[in-house]
Design a protein around this ligand. Structure first.
Ligand code: DGJ
Length: 550
């Protein structure tokens, strides 16, 4: 028999039912939100513990095995597809792709994000992560990627004046209107990336500007700039240099040791004054742009650097960039920039890598030569310098066939073998247990190398072919898992383990296996004994696990 409700009770019951439904719904919403939150990937970050750095992606240390596409490749979706296919073929995990201010904001305040969306989709399709390069006010020390409405309005978007009073094609770092316009556009880009990528985190990091600085002049010679140049150096910079005396770069330390510690730029920095002055202005500007972007979506951000190559004067490289002369000025002025990253196109790779590996800066090589000589520097970057990323420039050249294709084969060979080893390599960074091997001029002798591994062994390396820069060179790494247990990866060399204590003899080998690491798990594919009982890395990159009788 149905229960009949007395009519005056109905409103009260309805209210009660509604309250229960609301409570249930809110519980559901909360738990859905917490499930979504716990399933969401954390935002990528650069974590500093003591003086060690980790780039943390999806909650784990991440090494960028990357490649950069040519400057114009993101203006055409087919070109970008082809370039990303190259990286996917190599087993790279990351692609560096430019975004152009002129394309994204063709009219003031009107945004077109197709190039952002297209790149993210193209990367996801290939399971690649992305580093976006913001070509804003500066690209190679000039301003060619500013929108037309910026270029045309020289009254508002003021240019740098050269030393002979000539107009340049560079927006002045003193131009507040340009800084605001660039910051607005960059903030809009970061907000858009967040809106479409916060859950998947395809985009890991952003380069702010490209090789910022003033190309063709050591500083701005406008009246406003001249007045500032003849004024006292700002106190913030002076006190930063004073309190960070222990870690200044060699050229800055020298200039600072001779400096009266206050006065005009010329008085404080002597010969380096125009460059340091430009660095102060450019780094403050770039920091404002980066800060505006981070306010929307705080991904790690970096600035890439056109280096001083040889004996040159500021202006031959974009003056005011974060060169070895000015890296400390950048550190003082640009806290929103997480990494100052050298574009290493010249062979003194070790010197540059050392200059940019500092207690306040992890090494990231966002550009290097797409050339066989440079392939092996990936081992040096991760192994010798605990670097977080490595990226040859212009990888789309593979598509053109010929020399580009041949170079691509060498990068593919190294990237393919390294990709599954990255978690292991990152695990052993900062422990002294990674021992890169590189044939050729960059690292001593061409025909032999010798490395102390562990307490009582030496690894003697014989390169199996003569060094030929055009063909690439032997390269690889020994990873010390334990005093008697080694991973040997690479190509073109033989290793003999020698006892460094007791009788003079080679170490006795217990086993040699060919295989691969799946995370920290060794998966052997072949055991080498008899005629193959050698630690010999052939022409094609290989991973061996070698156990030694101790
Ligand atoms: C360095 C720049 O950052 C890149 O965008 C590109 O122009 C290369 N130089 C070309 O070598």
């Amino acid at each position: 028999m149905p229960i009949r409700l007395r009519s005056h009770k109905l409103p009260q019951l309805r209210r009660e039912a509604a309250r229960l439904v609301c409570a249930a719904l809110s519980l559901l919403t909360v738990s859905a939100a917490s499930i979504a939150q716990s399933a969401a990937k954390p935002i990528p970050k650069i974590e500093k513990t003591g003086s060690t750095f980790r780039f943390v992606v999806d909650g784990n240390p991440y090494l960028m095995l990357s490649g950069q596409v040519h400057n114009s490749s993101n203006s055409n979706p087919d070109d970008l597809d082809k370039a990303l296919d190259v990286l996917a073929d190599w087993h790279a995990n990351t692609a560096e792709v430019p975004l152009y201010w002129e394309a994204i904001e063709p009219q003031p305040g009107q945004y077109d994000f197709r190039s952002v969306d297209g790149a993210i989709q193209a990367a996801r399709k290939r399971e690649l992560r992305l580093v976006f390069l913001w070509f804003g006010t500066w690209k190679n020390g000039e301003s060619h990627y500013t929108p037309e409405w910026v270029k045309r309005d020289k009254q508002k978007y003021v240019r740098v004046v050269g030393s002979h009073g000539e107009e340049t094609e560079i927006i002045s770092p003193l131009c507040h209107a340009a800084m605001e316009a660039d910051s607005r556009a960059f903030a809009a880009v970061m907000q858009h990336i967040k809106s479409i990528d916060e859950a998947e985190r395809t985009v890991l990091m952003v380069q702010v500007e490209n090789e910022p600085g003033l190309f063709g002049t050591d500083r701005d010679y406008s009246e406003a700039a001249n007045r500032l140049f003849d004024s006292p150096v700002p106190k913030e910079l002076l006190s930063y240099l004073e309190t960070h005396g222990q870690q200044l770069s060699a050229p800055m330390a020298e200039a600072w040791s001779k400096s009266p510690k206050s006065g005009t730029w010329k008085q404080v920095f002597g010969e380096l004054a125009p460059e340091e002055f430009s660095a102060w202005l450019v780094s403050n500007y770039v920091n404002a742009v980066a800060t505006a972007g981070k306010r929307e979506y705080p991904l790690p951000m970096y600035v890439n650097v056109w280096l001083i190559e040889g004996v040159e004067r500021a202006g031959r490289w974009p003056s005011g960039g974060a060169t070895v002369d000015a890296i400390d000025v950048w550190r003082a002025a640009a806290p929103s920039i997480d990494v100052l990253a050298p574009d290493i196109y010249y062979p003194k790779f070790y010197d540059v890598a050392a200059q940019y590996t500092r207690p306040d800066n992890p090494l990231f090589v966002p550009e290097t030569n797409f050339n066989p000589y440079f392939v092996g520097f990936v081992y040096v970057t991760f192994g010798d310098f605990n670097g977080i990323g490595f990226s040859p420039f212009g990888i789309d050249d593979v598509e053109k066939g010929g020399a580009g294709a041949a170079i691509g084969v060498q990068f593919e060979d190294t990237y393919r073998i390294l990709r599954p080893l990255l978690p292991l390599i990152s695990h052993y960074q900062y422990t002294g247990k990674l021992h890169p091997i590189l044939q050729g001029l960059g690292n001593g002798e061409d025909w032999k190398e010798s490395i102390r591994v562990g307490n009582s062994l030496a690894a003697n390396i014989d390169f199996t072919a003569a060094f030929d820069p055009a063909k690439g060179r032997a390269c690889g790494m020994i990873i010390e898992l334990a005093p008697d247990d080694f991973v040997v990866v690479g190509t073109g060399f033989d290793v003999t383990f020698r006892e460094m204590a007791g009788p003079l003899r080679d170490a006795e080998l217990l086993s040699i296996e060919e295989g691969i690491f799946d995370g920290q798990q060794w998966v052997p594919s072949r055991r080498l004994n008899g005629d193959e009982r050698h630690v010999s890395l052939p022409d094609k990159s290989t991973v061996l696990r070698v156990r030694v009788l101790r």
